[in-house]
Design a protein. Structure first.
Length: 248
């Protein structure tokens, strides 16, 4: 089972559901497949979906997500756009092929991306995504999307009356910042090795998670690191890493 503070969390590979709240009746529970390689995003979205009565299966990359989709039934799929092993576009194409082969009705598949929406909208539509959600994901945005695309709908009264995440965030934030300190060290090592791609990936992840945990400055720094890494600008990266360290 998923625990908010479990730093050793691993995505289940056999489709064991994560309960976003107390179990709902089987015929009423909204089944969601969450596919995202970012542990920080997975933890945050499960916390956001607390008290909605959803059942959530989690996959750490598109390949696992496709395997779970083939084996089960989902009312909604939340799919990260950029992932290792199998990215979002390739995974959603595979999902659409499965639906065509089985005659199943198309499930809503929402792309989660830290890229500018205008830059990926065309690729997302071509691949078969239903809609796009921008990272850092906001709780209100996620709940609204689940209410719009999920069927059956989650318990609207429970979702709308969900209390502030103060208690949850008190548990989630320290672990999140500890992970980011590890990312800072990894960025410094990658800079010394001239490994700009690793810095780009770490910056992209930081951009997509910081504000969700209440640190918009980390989102800004992540975006700056990603841009500087794409340009192989070591001097700019070094300066951004100073701000990264100060932000922790």
């Amino acid at each position: 089972m998923f625990k908010d503070s479990d730093e050793s969390f691993e995505a289940p590979t056999k489709g064991e559901p994560v309960l976003a709240s107390d179990p709902a009746p089987p015929d009423a529970a909204l089944r969601i497949l969450l596919v995202d390689d970012s542990e920080a995003d997975r933890i945050l979205m499960v916390a956001f979906l607390k008290q909605t009565g959803c059942l959530i299966d989690i996959a750490a990359n598109g390949q696992i997500g496709v395997e779970l989709f083939r084996a089960g039934h989902y009312d909604l799929v939340l799919m990260d756009f950029e992932m290792p092993v199998m990215g979002g576009p390739e995974a959603v194409r595979a999902i659409r092929r499965i639906e065509n082969e089985t005659g199943a009705l198309p499930a809503p598949v929402l792309a989660l991306t830290a890229h500018t929406l205008a830059n990926v909208a065309g690729k997302a539509h071509e691949a078969g995504f239903t809609d796009l959600l921008s990272k850092p994901i906001r709780r209100e945005t996620l709940l609204a999307a689940v209410a719009t695309y999920g069927s059956p709908e989650p318990n609207a009264e429970r979702a709308s009356s969900q209390p502030a995440l103060d208690d949850d965030m008190k548990e989630l934030v320290p672990a999140y910042l500890a992970k980011r300190r590890g990312d800072l060290a990894a960025c410094r090592a990658a800079l010394e090795a001239g490994d700009f791609d690793t810095i780009r990936k770490l910056g992209h992840n930081l951009k997509g998670t910081g504000a969700g945990y209440g640190f918009p400055r980390l989102t800004e720094i992540g975006a700056a690191l990603e841009t500087a890494a794409l340009r192989s600008d070591a001097s700019a990266i070094r300066e951004h890493l100073k701000h990264f360290a100060n932000g922790l």
